[in-house]
Design a protein around this ligand. Structure first.
Ligand SMILES: [Zn+2]
Ligand SMILES: [Zn+2]
Length: 422
């Protein structure tokens, strides 16, 4: 009876509440709260006692149970020796939080609890003396318990990945912080005017501090794609700041007529339920002849990461082993790859999950370092989607041209690092 054994250790000396008792069995059964688990285990122990089992339990843990045969002496129930009855404080503290967020516009929330070191010590001592392997931490349970209380009360959803509001309640200080999650808006933009950088660019003279030559704006360029698009959105959402996440970027002097994906992040928005169709029209009207946006849609942090990975030019460092010796002069042969369009059939290593097509990607820059006759190091900046290992090995002739073909020896990448994504 491992459960009764563990329970008797937990309840042997001093009062432990249902939350703290149940939490030691948190990894057993699902669909129960820890409070439920604690109640069940406590009753199971009581059954055993009433049937005549001899288990050493501090009677203070059995005050509410009506036994038929087992005799206990009545005493006042003190505070839980693990949590100081902290769970009983949750309703009142939650009400304080609700009072502060009830006027904000949001659908999802995440609640976290911060605890005093003493309570965490209490719990660790318990774990040490009991040795249960089914437990979770008090911080986890308290955060979840408070989160459930608040969301039920205000009818919002708990969201771990993309909460619009985060609350951290510090139980030691009896105070809390409210964080307002960014609003993310996806879209595509076009740029019709040269000389506009994508994002803010600090003045080269004052580095953004403000000087005569930048007219005390701190900016090298008066306008950026980011600001042109973000200004009306900031106004609409009453956010405090914006961040622009583009899927790569064009040069300042280059136009972009094909549309480039972006996610605009608005920090600390007051309003979230904005009319994107209307906003799109407004942005395009204000910025006529400069930039335009299309396909605006609400988005999230994950999309930002996806965008960055999908379209970014990347720079790699590759350590390469050769199967026949070369001379130091030979590595110059690799220079011809600079600026070259590489034809790559789908690499053998991925053909089982991708259609077999030939793609064309550019080597933007490449340089090579001679280590010895059979080992070289290559730094290569490639257009998004360039297969680097194949560029070097030739993938049995499926990639043309290649480092291997240019050197006339077999070449294998033994280590590959991404050193820059832009
Ligand atoms: Zn407790
Ligand atoms: Zn300046």
């Amino acid at each position: 009876m491992i459960i009764i054994d563990l329970a008797s250790k937990i309840l042997a000396d001093g009062y432990v509440c249902d939350h703290c008792l149940g939490r030691q069995f948190a990894k057993l059964l699902s669909g129960y709260s820890n409070k439920d688990r604690g109640n069940i285990v406590r009753n199971a122990v009581a059954f055993a006692l009433d049937s005549g089992d001899t288990i050493k339990i501090d009677p203070v843990n059995l005050q509410d149970i009506k036994f038929r045969t087992y005799k206990i002496k009545k005493m006042q129930v003190p505070v839980c020796k693990v949590c100081d009855n902290i769970f009983l404080q949750v309703p009142e503290k939650s009400e304080r939080v609700i009072e502060n967020i009830k006027d904000s516009e949001f659908d999802t929330i995440l609640v976290g609890a911060r605890l005093s070191g003493r309570l965490i010590d209490n719990e660790e001592q318990l774990w040490e003396s009991v040795g249960t392997e089914f437990c979770e931490s008090i911080k986890m349970e308290l955060s979840r318990f408070m989160g459930q209380f608040i969301t039920t009360k205000i009818k919002k959803d708990l969201d771990r990945a993309n909460p619009q509001i985060t609350v951290v309640y510090d139980f030691e200080e009896n105070d809390f912080e409210i964080g307002i999650g960014s609003l993310f808006i996806y879209g595509k933009y076009k740029k019709f005017m040269r000389g506009i950088p994508q994002t803010k660019w600090p003045c080269s003279k004052c580095r953004g501090l403000g000087c005569d030559s930048c007219d005390w704006t701190g900016k090298q360029y008066k306008e950026t794609v980011e600001e042109l698009i973000a200004a009306p959105v900031l106004e609409e959402t009453e956010g405090i700041n914006s961040k622009f996440h583009g899927a790569g970027r064009e040069d300042i002097d280059a136009l972009n007529l094909c549309g480039r994906e972006f996610v605009l992040e608005i920090q600390e928005p007051v309003k979230r339920s904005i009319d994107l169709v209307k906003l799109e029209k407004e942005i395009n009207k204000i910025n006529k002849d400069k930039v335009s946006v299309s396909e605006l849609a609400f988005s999230d942090k994950k999309t930002v990461v996806d965008l960055k990975e999908k379209k970014a030019d990347k720079t790699y460092f590759a350590v390469v082993e050769l199967d026949a010796p070369i001379t130091e002069a030979d590595i110059k042969k690799i220079d011809v790859l600079k600026g070259k369009i590489i034809k790559q059939e789908t690499p053998e290593r991925v053909t089982h999950r991708r259609a077999d097509i030939t793609r064309e990607r550019k080597v933007i820059d490449i340089s090579c370092e001679f280590i010895d006759s059979k080992n070289i190091r290559i730094k290569v900046k490639g257009e998004a989607g360039l297969y680097i290992k194949e560029l070097i090995s030739s993938d049995n002739g499926r990639t043309k041209p290649s480092v291997s073909a240019l050197l006339g020896v077999g070449a294998t990448v033994t280590a590959l690092d991404v050193v820059d994504i832009e």
